[in-house]
Design a binder for this molecule. Structure first.
Ligand code: NAP
Length: 256
């Protein structure tokens, strides 16, 4: 039986992995939240790895607040770069295969087609820069790793675009959503299944992948789709507005 550590386990993707875990009898999961295992705390992490062995580590721990990262970038770099470096060092030392999740925001959005794994990243906000640095640490430090870039994750868990639109629509609020950016919304459950399937193969070659649900749309179109799926079309009006964010977003973040 393969033993799998999941860091950042109480975030959106971590909760999706927890939800589907009972279906994977061949895998023994250990879920750790940010308090029990803080990836920025090398002392705590070293003590933890000293008493337990893992075949795989799925790193779901990340600082994902894109707007706040622009205002206080240090926190984003602490988790998304330094924390990932800590994890990479310990995974290498303990012979643990690291599966790390990264983002479409490593790209600048200038490309007209979807981004392939061969495209050169050029992040335009602090979140994207911190995540790219995390990727680089892994590539430098480790031999056995998988980096999976994904985009626009949504699920029933936590605060994501889907749950936010749904909450506002149910409250009868009119919505203001931009159509300036195009990307691929991705159900976090599908990503969780993809990761687990990799582990079941148990013969993974180190690599960089892009994983999405492959349907391209703007945030505006995504919001309309959510309203339609949830049968709330009569309840809300969606305005197509310009984005008013501090952090720049890539206009095209479709991943191939
Ligand atoms: N959400 C998206 O749309 C999206 C898009 C592309 C890529 N991604 C990537 O996908 C991955 C999963 O994202 P997600 O949506 O599940 O994010 P999330 O819901 O924000 O979850 C991140 C988790 O990491 C934990 N965390 C933060 N700092 C930590 C630390 N120092 N040590 C351990 N855990 C820590 C957080 O715990 P606390 O809440 O206790 O701080 C939270 O539970 C991330 O790598 C993200 O960059 C996400």
């Amino acid at each position: 039986m393969k033993k799998v550590l999941v860091t950042g386990a109480n975030g959106q993707l971590g909760l999706c992995l927890q939800k589907i875990a009972p279906k994977y009898k061949e895998l023994k999961f250990v879920f750790k939240n940010s308090k029990d295992l803080d990836i920025t705390n090398m002392e705590q992490m070293s003590s933890f790895f000293a008493v337990d062995d893992f075949d795989y580590c799925i790193n779901c721990a990340a600082y994902t607040n894109v707007e706040q990262a622009e205002k206080t970038p240090d926190i984003a770099y602490e988790v998304n770069a330094k924390g990932v470096k800590n994890l990479a060092l310990l995974c290498r030392e303990n012979d643990t295969f690291l599966i790390h999740i990264s983002t479409d925001y490593v790209f600048d959005g200038e490309k007209k087609e979807p981004y392939t794994v061969d495209d050169i990243p050029n992040p335009i906000n602090e979140y994207g820069k911190s995540k790219l640095l995390g990727e680089k640490y892994i590539e430098e430090i480790m031999e056995d790793y998988l980096i999976i870039r994904t985009s626009w994750l949504y699920s029933e868990f936590g605060k994501n675009f889907y749950t936010t639109i749904l909450e506002k629509a149910k409250a009868g609020e009119n919505l203001s959503v931009t159509d300036e950016q195009i990307g691929c919304p991705t159900n976090a459950i599908n990503l969780a299944k993809f990761v687990n399937q990799f582990i079941l193969l148990d013969n993974i070659k180190s690599n960089l992948y892009h994983f999405t649900d492959r349907i391209e749309m703007t945030w505006f179109e995504f919001a309309k789709e959510i309203i339609k799926i949830e049968n709330l079309t009569n309840k809300v009006i969606i305005h197509n507005d310009k984005s008013i964010y501090l952090a720049l977003r890539p206009l095209n973040s479709r991943l191939d």
